[in-house]
Design a protein around this ligand. Structure first.
Ligand code: XUL
Ligand code: CO
Length: 440
């Protein structure tokens, strides 16, 4: 097989190296808390950003040519598939995520498009069998084609609903064929630009109808994995229905889908919703809906989804603390839904970006393990709520204290002393554990 990235070596773990193409913190086979780092982190490549996006933005064309030497889109798709597997092999990535339209371009008819998908997926399967690499999840792109301008499942047109269903059906078949472990719904166009033209209730119900049809069809063809909803508040729509984890979980419960669906939490979507990444992961975890992660980071000065590679170690540490507390990934993983900046216009930059992102999460995992071992954060929270473990607190928690009893207590007790939340202390503990040996 030809080498598509001849100047790029297999990336080694070498903490003493000054090479940009070496891992300093990610040592895949090192065991930490009873599991290899590779098993903890379950890194995945995003096919769309990595293999397809060339840096085009609203003001300019691509800065990195990703046609892989072929003007014909199907010829390019074949070569791209080979390149994708070389890319993953060199980085030690064993999982990838794809939209139907990433792996093969749409043709003039649905029939021809599906035939293209059959051919390309045969090629992907061959590459998977040679390498042991497999999809973390598959999905259907229900947002790029102009037919989805008014939404897909939430479109005002039943014909568009049918097209979306047909596309999801095929994407599910592909996911099963390729052994994908999950299936994502990201509803970029499932929302509205103005309520003046929107039947909100019908749109919501139709999204639930498509999810239910997809779930039932997938189970009938042997798909055992979870579905993931990937919340995002806006962009491309002004308002997206799956605004954040709380909205998406409420929606899934309303329509009885909570046993088959979980959350795919994306860092930059969390911040667009006005939440931290940690908040969205905590919400999903506490609700028993933690599934998978789209790892990236936004720019706090920009109000859109910049999909930058995650290099902020505080963020990755807090994220990995949530992952550890959720009991780790099962079918989920860390998909780099991230792209290099437009001016980082070489394939070496792309490898470098993955090294940076993978190392940031490896460091996050190491730091999260240290914070757990140190114990002070956990102990502080436990102590803070200790009042609910006995006496009045236990009566409240166990439902023994009614309104009259609580009033009687308050009348008798007089005023209550407040306790400190000690935020600055806790932030300092994080720094001490992460960067030093000092005990506070
Ligand atoms: C868009 C986004 C998508 C989903 C999959 O913001 O994150 O790429 O991850 O459709
Ligand atoms: Co995403």
């Amino acid at each position: 097989m030809p080498d598509f990235y001849p100047t790029i070596p297999v990336i080694p773990y070498d903490p003493s190296s000054k090479s940009p193409l070496a891992f300093h913190f990610y040592n895949p086979d090192e065991t930490l808390l009873g599991k290899t780092m590779k098993a903890h982190l379950r890194f995945a490549m995003s096919y769309w950003h990595t293999m397809c996006a060339g840096g085009a933005d609203m003001f300019g064309v691509a800065t990195l040519d990703k046609s892989y030497g072929h003007a014909d889109p199907m010829a390019s798709a074949y070569v791209k598939a080979g390149a994708a597997f070389e890319f993953m092999r060199k980085l030690g990535l064993e999982l990838y995520c794809f939209h139907d339209r990433d792996i093969a371009p749409e043709a003039d008819t649905l029939c021809e498009t599906n035939a293209r998908l059959d051919k390309i997926s045969d090629k992907l399967l061959e590459l998977q069998n040679e390498s042991g690499i497999a999809p973390l999840w598959g999905t259907a792109n229900l947002f790029s084609n102009p037919r989805y301008q008014n939404g897909a499942a939430s479109s005002c047109s039943p014909e568009v609903f049918a097209f979306a269903a047909a596309q999801v059906k095929k994407a599910l078949e592909l996911t099963v064929k390729l052994g994908g472990q999950g299936f994502v719904f990201w509803g970029g166009r499932e929302g509205y630009e103005t309520l003046l033209n929107t039947n909100y209730a019908l749109e919501q119900e139709n999204i639930a109808r498509l999810f239910t049809l997809a779930r039932d069809y997938a189970r009938s063809i042997g798909f055992k994995g979870p579905f993931y909803v990937e919340p995002k508040p806006k962009e491309p729509m002004k308002h997206q229905y799956d605004y954040d984890a709380a909205a998406a979980i409420g929606f899934l419960r309303k329509y009885g889908l909570q046993d088959d669906f979980k959350m795919n939490i994306e860092a930059n979507h969390a911040t667009l919703a006005g939440h931290t990444f940690q908040h969205e992961l905590r919400m999903a975890r506490e609700e028993g809906m933690f599934g998978s992660i789209d790892a990236n980071i936004g720019d706090p000065l920009l109000g859109w989804d910049t999909d930058q590679f995650p290099t902020n170690v505080y963020d990755s540490t807090l994220a990995m603390l949530e992952v550890l507390q959720a009991g780790g990934f099962t079918t989920g993983g860390l998909n780099f839904d991230a792209k290099t900046r437009r001016a980082s216009n070489s394939f070496e930059d792309l490898f470098q970006a993955y090294v940076a992102g993978m190392d940031a999460f490896a460091l996050g995992l190491r730091m999260a393990a240290k914070l757990q071992a140190d114990g002070r954060l956990g102990e502080f929270v436990k102590a803070r709520y200790a009042g609910y473990e006995s006496g009045l607190g236990l009566d409240i928690v166990e439902g023994r204290a009614d309104m009259a009893a609580l009033e009687a207590f308050a009348l008798e007790r007089g005023d209550v002393e407040t306790t400190s939340g000690r935020q600055e202390y806790l932030e300092h503990v994080m720094n001490c554990v992460m960067f030093g040996q000092a005990k506070l």
